[in-house]
Design a protein around this ligand. Sequence first.
Ligand SMILES: [Zn+2]
Length: 435
Amino acid sequence: MSKYLTLGKFSFGMGDRFSHQGKAQLRACVLATELGADVVPVWNKSNREHQLIGTEPSSLRAEADAAVKALGWKKPYHVDADHIQLETVDRFIAPSDFFTIDVADSIGKPADPKSVKAFASRHPELIGKIVIPHIDRPFETMPAEVERVANKFLLAVQDAGKIYRHIAQAKGEASFITEVSMDETDNPQTPPELLIILAALADEKIPIQTIALKFTGRFNKGVDYVGDVKQFEQEFNEDLAVIAFAIRQYGLPVTLKLSVHSGSDKFSIYAPIRRALKKFNAGLHLKTAGTTWLEEVIGLAEAGGDGLALAKEIYSDALDHMDELCAPYATVIDIDRKQLPTKETVSGWTSGQFVSALRHDPKNKGFNSSFRQLIHVGFKIAAKKGDRYLNALKKHEAVIAKNVTENLFERHMKPLLLDETKPAKKPSRRDTVPA
Ligand SMILES: [Zn+2]
């Protein structure tokens, strides 16, 4: 395996659509680190988000560097070119040091039959009985099964290899972290499929450190996991078992871990994830994204006055453009239109009512997940407002920053990484979130 930049054990992906919350996001990592969880901050923005907002990848690097400087952060941090492909990667190469190579589109497209045959004959160990520690039953794989799986995934892995080499050639192989994402596809990968995928990634000599897989259940944007949590836990544990096995078997980087593209706010699977990480002593990369944009709108609403008025206007415009806003996210949102309040209703709301509907607190009776999902996909409305929106972010920075930090720290990092860990050193601001 070639040289590569290593990624710390627990890394936390943060998206920031309008590039104003870098410091508030990093502050959550500072708080987690003070309490004993070494969280590596990773700022991520996909090509799709850059296109919808009209930003360049270099702006994310500038934001990350500025936040790190302002807070005096001395530990590693990274900038993730999220969900890139060969056609879109070039403008990300200079400013990014973490690349999420998205090959979901090639899954299921048949690979060259010769390379499928060659793969199967290179890997006799994949045929027969395979015993993987912590997976109850050994699998029995027939040669035809290995060929079937190779046929489904080999082209995707070969494409990942092409993109990896393209980046390595332009940037130098030792200067970045590689993730391969297969999450935006129809079916979860089974344990034998994952093992075959990892063998193929090792053949391509990709120093993969995070892999994003598909799980059963829905990962809707900005709201909780919808599905059978027990089944998720089993899949997650099996994936960890296969990864640990494949690291030894195929010499993959010892830092290889799962990347959960959470779509933000999958609170009900955080406890199962924690249990599994403990059991396997495994690391994790958790990607969040839109949760910070929603905190901006919450902060505006909480500020009252012109802030609240702007938050209401964003909702009202989002209602007018609902179909257009939802189209790119059709498979990852479930908005019940009957649950959406009318513009007239919302225009009469107080700050408290607006914040209750939007803030992700399922215990709050006012919380409305359809309202939240519509605002989630409505960031394009704010982008169209241009400086008016950005000036409001500046004017109400204190209240927005408080919400951004508190959300990432209290609702995400604490339940995932912290509840039982001991402080590494004397915490200076235990359980409090600075403005
Ligand atoms: Zn993803």
